[in-house]
Design a protein around this ligand. Structure first.
Ligand code: GLU
Length: 547
């Protein structure tokens, strides 16, 4: 058969270059020895998940600790899955978690010399190489219909054989020249398949950068490399792109492990040097005592948007992922509590080989610890970012007064003091803790333990003497004065010695004031709360708190 002629008929494009021109167009990268080139290669589906971030973090750390490149390629060969704005959303999401690409789709960078970074825009490169494989007798057209393929699959399943297009089932592999041209003439749609040279009886050891030595069986499937719309499949595009973009290390989910034999064969027939591969383990969770993969349908926490909208501190999520990515990260952290996680020596060899357990409680603990480490200004920036995107209009109005919020934060978080608050997990919790400092979100529960006359007399009594210029001890002396004037013990020792002679102690008086001013019997230092609220608001609350 005249394969050159066949290739011309199947791929008549006149814009294809001789193959060595493509090689020249994508010269080797000028990087130091040992520098790794990694990439994130998502489909533009708009759904970016924790698994993506997990892989991307490994990619980014490895590239940036070896002086290499981390780039973004968009795998848009399947148009059905394309969602508008998805690429921007990937970039924004990763940026939120502190991960930045050096080059790639929609990245403004002088390094963008290996594009286009959208696969759909690379059709001619793929087609040139498919054409060459046809000429070399390593690829052929297949005219089988969906129905025919389904029937074969059913037959194979019934016979308990491996499903797919291989061996005797690869019907179009042996079509004669006449049959091929007759099909083309009849206008039958076709795909191009690899004419596999492999044999499943051959097994060999392959070194996966994460999983270590694994046994791989040769591929014998005549996989589709070019679909009927002229666009390549993932397999083929992967080989071409990672070759021309000079990826040195492909980190991807372990669901791709079963396709590895196909990729090994493709790199071989294309004459390309193989990159290293690292297959990451799936993220698992324990659900009702059973360990299972995180699922898009069942687990909102799989989506990265969840962490943003739920107000997790992004660095906490990244640090948490670091603990599951590298088993020695936690120990390093303990020894270097103030160090940036980027100073940790990330090692692909320390990545887990099988199912990483996702533990939201641990993430929450890390989040608490991270938030308890922030300055008031940093806390404000973080909360304000969340409020602007996910908070209510009222929250946004409150946060417009930065100075006021910073004062509140200093107090309620104990920033700079001896008792740092360490229980804030997410932004929303922090924001809600401030509600009582604003009249429109102040929801007091006036649940006093004293009768009306006592409560009102205490509130009026304190309102009459309150002076916003008092320091803590002058303020407290006044509370004691109000206590004594209303039948309470001004000193705790007095009260303890003789409890039945008093209505209660100074602490009970402070509680009445606290309920009126802060809305509940629990609040941080009341003198400071009043100071932040200001005199007018404090007096108004003392008055409104009367029953
Ligand atoms: N587009 C593939 C995916 O989203 C990429 C796999 C790879 O990294 O090679 O799963």
């Amino acid at each position: 058969m005249d394969l050159k002629k066949l290739a011309e008929v199947l791929i008549p494009d006149n814009d294809l270059l001789p193959l060595d021109e493509y090689e020249k167009a994508y010269p080797a990268r000028e990087l130091e020895k040992g520098a790794e080139v990694t990439r994130l290669a998502p489909s533009p589906t708009g759904f970016i998940h924790l698994g993506n971030l997990y892989s991307a973090l490994a990619d980014e750390r490895i590239a940036h600790t070896t002086g290499g490149i981390f780039y973004l390629r968009i795998e848009d060969t399947d148009l059905k899955r394309k969602v508008d704005g998805a690429v921007e959303s990937v970039i924004r999401s990763l940026k939120y978690f502190g991960l930045n690409f050096d080059e790639g789709a929609e990245i403004d960078s002088p390094l963008n010399k290996y594009g286009p970074y959208y696969q759909r825009q690379r059709a001619s490169i793929y087609r040139a190489y498919v054409k060459d494989l046809i000429v070399r007798g390593l690829a052929y057209p297949c005219f089988c219909t969906e129905d025919e393929l389904n029937a074969v699959r059913e037959e194979q399943t019934e016979r308990k054989e491996i499903t797919g297009y291989y061996g005797k089932y690869a019907k179009c592999r042996n079509l004669s020249e006449e049959e091929i041209y007759a099909n083309i003439k009849a206008g039958k749609p076709f795909v191009i398949r690899l004419k596999s040279q492999g044999n499943t009886e051959n097994k060999f050891t392959f070194r996966d950068a994460i999983k270590g030595d694994i046994t791989v069986t040769e591929n014998d499937q005549d996989v589709v490399i070019l679909k009927s719309d002229g666009i390549p499949t993932y397999h083929f595009a992967h080989a071409i792109d990672d070759h021309f973009m000079h990826t040195t290390l492909v980190i991807r989910g372990e669901e791709w492990l079963s396709s590895l034999p196909i990729h090994l064969e493709l790199f071989k027939v294309l004459g390309f040097q193989l990159p290293k591969y690292g297959h990451t383990c799936s993220l698992m969770k324990v659900d009702n005592g059973v360990k299972r993969k995180l699922s898009k349908r069942k687990d909102p926490e799989l989506s990265l948007d969840y962490y943003r909208s739920a107000g997790y501190y992004p660095k906490a999520v990244v640090k948490y992922l670091m603990t599951i990515l590298n088993s020695n990260f936690e120990e390093w952290e303990r020894k270097n509590p103030q160090a940036d996680y980027r100073d940790f020596k990330f090692s692909i060899g320390k990545m887990g080989k099988s199912g990483a357990l996702f533990d939201i409680d641990k993430l929450n603990d890390i989040s608490k610890a991270e938030l308890a480490n922030l300055s008031a200004e940093e806390t404000y920036d973080f909360l304000n970012g969340w409020v602007n995107e996910f908070g209510s209009d009222t929250d946004r109005q409150h946060f417009a007064d930065k100075e006021y919020i910073i004062k509140i934060l200093n107090l309620i978080c104990g920033i700079g003091g001896k008792k740092r608050r360490k229980d804030i997990v997410r932004a929303e919790m922090g924001v809600r803790l401030m509600d009582y400092f604003f009249d429109d979100t102040f929801k007091p529960a006036y649940e006093y333990r004293y009768d009306k006359d006592t409560v009102n007399a205490v509130l009026d009594g304190f309102a009459a003497v309150y002076d916003e210029n008092d320091d803590n001890s002058a303020w407290f002396a006044k509370v004691k004065g109000v206590a004594a004037a209303n039948g309470f013990a001004a000193e705790m020792s007095e009260y303890k010695a003789n409890p039945e002679s008093f209505k209660g102690s100074v602490a009970d008086v402070a509680e009445i004031l606290r309920i009126a001013v802060a809305g509940s019997p629990n609040s941080p230092d009341l003198c400071t709360v009043m100071g932040i609220l200001g005199k007018a608001r404090t007096l108004a609350r003392l008055n409104a708190g009367k029953i």
